[in-house]
Design a protein around this ligand. Structure first.
Ligand SMILES: C[S@@+](CC[C@H](N)C(=O)[O-])C[C@H]1O[C@@H](n2cnc3c(N)ncnc32)[C@H](O)[C@@H]1O
Length: 315
């Protein structure tokens, strides 16, 4: 749909304050790559500052490396860590996704140039669920995987599980098929009996959980022996130039894009920061293999910006 894509791009560009964004991006580019002596000097305009998250009483939710003083100094979120401590990650992540839920799909399509759809489709094709399979999608969000899986299982069932109800609510209009269901639940304590599913999918979710190994073990628990797993996650390109371009795009452009579109720039600063901490595909394959899965293999997509892992549940 090249026509649709270019229309989306044109309307997106039209909504931006181009000169301001160009100035800000140039500044961030220089400071971000350590080419400027002003790296420590806060020069972002005050209105660009976003406090990561506040609880009901207005108290900022602590994020490692983030301090109230940074906010008062006028630092922008892209200059500080917005990653939460592990013991507070679930709450932080759930609140963040609840905030961005209404614009999540649009932002996803824009920042990946629509490629994310093809990556999910490739992950689903790789496990090719049979027509009567029961499939679980963990961290389903707005249900992109559920929508893709449903046509594969005319006599089966697809269940999406997520602990952020507003995400599932935001995607509800797409899911009118009785073969799909949505359930509120935590990936680390899935609300299902052992060996309940024939296949499990998960996309861009395990990066957000506080214990990746436990998440794969829990997915293995609810999958029958011989069942299959497909996991789609972010990765860092291997080729040096592509990696530099990718880093510039995700760390500088995407938060600006989020700001320009009225999305939450903190969330889209969390994205590259959490991606940097996330294990590389080879390490992720080991984690999967150590937690109930065999025949693990993976391949990179999007010039290495993402990776798809597939595996089989131990018999
Ligand atoms: C980046 S979104 C991905 C959504 C969807 N899978 C996709 O491919 O677009 C991550 C989702 O994982 C969910 N999530 C993160 N940690 C979770 C956990 N511990 N239990 C359940 N859901 C979780 C979030 O609420 C969010 O909806």
């Amino acid at each position: 749909m090249p026509g649709t894509r270019s229309r989306i791009l044109v309307s997106f560009v039209a909504t931006m304050d181009a000169p301001r964004i160009a100035r800000t991006m140039a500044h961030n580019l220089l400071t971000g790559w350590g080419l400027s002596r002003t790296r420590q000097v806060p020069t972002m305009p005050q209105r660009s500052i976003v406090v990561p998250c506040r609880d009901a009483s207005g108290t900022p939710i602590p994020a490692s490396g983030w301090r109230e003083a940074d906010h008062e100094r006028g630092w922008s979120v892209s200059q500080m860590s917005v990653l939460p401590p592990d013991d507070d990650k679930a709450r932080y992540v759930a609140q963040m996704f609840a905030r961005i839920a209404p614009g999540y799909d649009r932002m996803n399509r824009l920042m990946t140039f629509g490629l994310d759809r093809g990556w999910r489709a490739a992950a689903v094709s790789a496990i090719a669920p049979p027509h009567d399979a029961r499939v679980l999608d963990v961290g389903t969000g707005t249900g992109d995987f559920v929508a893709l899986l449903t046509p594969w299982v005319p006599q089966g069932l697809v269940v999406g599980v997520d602990f952020t109800v507003p995400m599932m609510h935001a995607g509800r209009w797409r899911h009118v098929d009785r073969r799909s269901q949505f359930v509120a639940g935590d990936a680390l304590r899935l609300p299902f009996a052992d060996a309940r599913f024939d296949a499990v999918t998960t996309g861009f979710t395990v990066r957000n959980v506080s214990d990746i190994a436990a998440a794969f073990a829990e997915m293995a628990r609810v999958t029958r022996p011989g069942g299959v797993l497909a996991c789609l996650e972010v990765a860092r390109p291997q080729q040096v130039l592509v990696r530099l371009g990718h880093r510039w795009y995700f760390e500088i452009v995407v938060p600006q894009l989020a700001r320009a579109l009225g999305a939450d720039p903190t969330a889209y600063t969390y994205l590259p920061q959490s991606a940097r901490r996330f294990p590389a595909p080879e390490r992720l394959a080991e984690l999967i293999a150590d937690n109930g899965w065999s025949h693990v293999h993976y391949w990179r997509v999007g010039s290495g910006a993402a990776a798809i892992h597939v595996a089989r549940r131990h018999a």
